[in-house]
Design a binder for this molecule. Structure first.
Ligand SMILES: Cc1ncc(COP(=O)(O)O)c(C=O)c1O
Length: 391
């Protein structure tokens, strides 16, 4: 792997670098796979096999019993849009939380405007955590869907998704369906959809799974009925005027991202070779070091849970009386550190944390981040404060 000319601490946006075997697999697919899967005979078979194998890898990873219920998408946003827009019906009720990403907030707002959906937003506490009872107590006879963000992309807080699912009991078509946005967790935290009774699970391939940008998927549990968002060619049942009902074709019209999907399968094999527990331990250690180092610097305010056990490797902070962009610029210029500042496409979370509209400085280490790199960030912030005091 090429060693970096900079320090990359923006894995919550997209992970980087990508594992060498993932890059190799994508290049191999680009070089070797000719015909589009489903759009030719023998020459399309290898691509079809790659896509099938990735579907199986994904199903095993999340505990889905039937891999045809994994729908490949371009990212988590597309998966969330399909789940929300495809599942909601006129005048139904939805429960969600105040830690949502705009890829949940905006399709819900449209559903409010266009089909009269009523949204109850459960408020998270000052650490960005949502209570189990607060969610279950919001259920009404009209509640069709509960949307939960598994871990916040602003402060990293892990929501009690498993406990909420446990409190709801198993999916029986009577209780509301549960949609989980696992954009910051799959690959770092284990989650079994069948055991927990999760009905819809939206995941990007390009964050903690270490696949390419332009990949993601939605899991749809048996019995959950969605309306497709796009219709078109599926490579089969071409005599039908209407979109085929068979899965996954019902939701996968158009040419798939075969190199990206093949590489996603390789990315999941990479995750297994590292071990999810080892990845989590590594990231928790780095987050622990960041919390310890930054909390000792005068004027630094940290947000979210204090314990690394309650969060994924996403940490937000601010330096008193400084705009987050000024902190970013100092760290970039003095130490070539790449991170993200602002609202992180989640203004709702910032309103919850009291950091709206300026946002925060967000640090998100990944598998390839090192102790030296996170210590360099802490040192950079210390230097910044020293520098300011001299002014
Ligand atoms: C919690 C959360 N949900 C959804 C998304 C959207 O993911 P994607 O960029 O793959 O569309 C993100 C991306 O930052 C996220 O962090």
């Amino acid at each position: 792997m090429t060693r970096n000319k900079f320090i990359y601490l923006n894995n919550a946006a997209t992970s980087w670098p990508k594992p060498e075997q993932v890059i190799e697999k994508a290049l191999w697919a680009l070089r070797e796979l000719s015909s589009t899967p489903g759009r030719a005979g023998y020459s399309a078979l290898q691509g079809e096999r790659e896509i099938f194998e990735t579907r199986e890898e994904v199903a095993r990873l999340i505990g889905a019993e039937d891999s045809s219920r994994i729908i490949f998408t371009s990212n988590a946003t597309q998966a969330l849009n399909l789940a929300i827009t495809g599942f909601l019906r006129e005048a139904c009720h939805v429960i969600t939380t105040s830690m949502d990403h705009n890829s949940i907030v905006r399709p819900l707002a449209r559903a409010e405007d266009e089909i009269g959906v009523e949204v109850t937003r459960v408020q998270a506490d000052e650490k960005g955590m949502v209570g189990v009872d607060a969610v279950t107590e919001a259920i009404t006879p009209r509640t069709r869907l509960i949307v939960l963000t598994h871990a916040s992309n602003v402060v990293g807080s892990i929501q009690p998704v498993e406990e909420i699912c446990g409190a709801l009991g198993t999916s029986d078509g009577v209780r509301p369906a549960v949609l989980v946005d696992a954009a910051q967790t799959i690959g770092v935290l284990p989650l079994n959809v069948a055991e927990k009774g999760i009905d819809l699970l939206a995941v990007p391939g390009h964050k903690s799974l270490y696949g390419l940008q332009g990949t993601g998927f939605l899991y749809i549990a048996p019995g959950v009925d969605l309306v497709p968002l796009i219709e078109g060619g599926t490579g089969g049942q071409s005599t039908l005027v209407r979109q085929p009902e068979v899965l996954p074709e019902k939701f996968e019209a158009g040419t798939p991202n075969t190199p990206g999907i093949a590489a996603l399968g390789e990315a999941i094999r990479f995750i297994h070779s590292r071990g999810i527990d080892n990845i989590r331990n590594h990231e928790q250690k780095l987050i622990g070091m960041l919390i310890e180092g930054l909390s000792k610097i005068q004027g630094v305010v940290l947000y979210g849970p204090v314990s690394p056990d309650e969060r994924v490797a996403v940490l937000s902070f601010n330096v008193k009386d400084l705009d987050p962009a000024e902190v970013e610029s100092f760290l970039e210029q003095t130490r070539s550190i790449q991170l993200r500042v602002g609202l992180h496409c989640s203004p709702m979370s910032h309103r919850t944390m009291g950091t709206f509209p300026e946002g925060t400085v967000r640090v998100s280490p990944g598998i390839f981040s090192t102790e030296e790199e996170v210590l360099s960030l802490v040192e950079g912030v210390r230097e910044l404060q020293k520098f300011r005091r001299k002014d």
